[in-house]
Design a protein around this ligand. Structure first.
Ligand code: FES
Ligand code: FES
Length: 167
């Protein structure tokens, strides 16, 4: 029997999941990452590819309530999953308090790392509503920023935790 490599057949697999609250059927190649599926199939380009190998955190999204680096998740693994990307943080025109705080505290410069930081911070505050500075620094330890020096990011997240920034 002759077998053909899947990539030569151009095979795509239907993946059923929820993205930012909306049911989606993604037609993905078996070797595509969740990051590629979100950006290329759904056009959700807020999630960024920095390193592509799990080191920078730019591609962080929530999958079933927990942070994952979407460059390390194969798209077929998202079958049945609930995914939240940075596009899912704002409610209509109302920014999430974390988004507002990042702007108010100047917690971004080029902004490339920001979606990943926001998703890690979102998860952190869900898990630990009143974090210490140490908790915050630990919570964002998987995210790299080449511009800000991290202090403003930490201050922005702590301000949201203290309720000082409203949506
Ligand atoms: S792009 Fe995924 S961790 Fe860097
Ligand atoms: S703001 Fe530029 S890498 Fe973080």
């Amino acid at each position: 029997m002759t077998t053909y490599p899947l990539h030569k057949l151009g095979l795509r697999i239907p993946i059923h999941c929820r993205v930012n609250g909306e049911p989606q059927v993604l037609l993905v190649k078996p070797w595509q990452t969740l990051l590629e599926a979100l950006r290329d199939e759904l056009g959700l380009t807020g999630t960024k590819e920095g390193c592509g190998n799990g080191n920078c955190g730019c591609c962080t999204v929530l999958m079933n309530g927990k942070t994952v680096t979407s460059c390390l998740v194969l798209a077929p693994e998202a079958e049945g999953a609930d995914i939240v990307t940075v596009e899912g943080l704002a409610q209509g025109n109302r920014l999430d308090p974390l988004q507002k705080a990042f702007m108010e505290y100047g917690a971004l410069q080029c902004g490339f790392c920001t979606p990943g930081f926001l998703m890690s911070a979102k998860y952190l505050l869900q898990k630990i509503p009143n974090p210490t500075e140490h908790d915050v620094r630990l919570g964002i330890a998987g995210n790299l920023c080449r511009c800000t020096g991290y202090d403003k990011i930490v201050r922005a997240i702590l301000a949201v935790a203290r309720g000082e920034v409203k949506a």
